[in-house]
Design a protein around this ligand. Sequence first.
Ligand SMILES: [Fe+2]
Length: 262
Amino acid sequence: MVEPVLQTRSRYLLQISDCHLMPEPEQRFRGLNTDSTLQAVVADALAQGIEFDQLLLSGDLVHHGGADAYRRLLDMVAPLSGERHWIPGNHDEPAAMRAASDLPLGRECVVCGDWRLLLLDSTANPDGRGSGSLSEEQLGWLEQALETSAEHPVLILLHHNPLATGSLWQDQIMLGNAAEFARVVSAYSQVNAILCGHLHQHQALWLGDIPVWSAPASSIQFKPGQDDFLLEDDPLQSRPGYCIYRLDADGGISVQVRRVNV
Ligand SMILES: [Fe+2]
């Protein structure tokens, strides 16, 4: 008698990025109430009826606010399913994040079925304009984590985009040590996806044969392909958004980008 093959179910990730919550809920970020747009994202994610395994909050969660703003963020996402994880972006304050929650800040390996999710802090060596890098500790930890996860499909999450997108002002504030990151990642064949935020737009790029996807912001969107800062004006692409990922046991991954009405 042939034994039935044990099928491992697919896993679902929810990525919400660049919320830019203001210190006070009634304040606006470039004319937008970012509490309201995050609430719209949460409502839309709930309406999908998916039991999320992991909720990934991928940086610029608060726009120079204190611990209270981070607590407000965690309260707002409380209705969502999934284990919580967050990484800092260039606008975040790690001390305030630590004061608000004991969630790890980078260098976190999440077991998600057969997959391993490696979460990194890319805010070292800031240039003051928005760029950030992976510290030697982060890169060393990543290399070690890849060394010990050879049997698993791996997804890497960091705030800063590790590839240029052809938007001059944004390419100047991408991951500062992208070449070192690429060197580490390219040495391991089990990396199946890299996720980031920071761009305030969805991009689907490739690092070798690894897909690199950026999530739209839950707040304002930036227009791609510009020399200088410009907000998105396309009626659809300017809407707040987020991403849902399905991770299959065989290492396959798919992304759904959702936009919300506000
Ligand atoms: Fe941002």
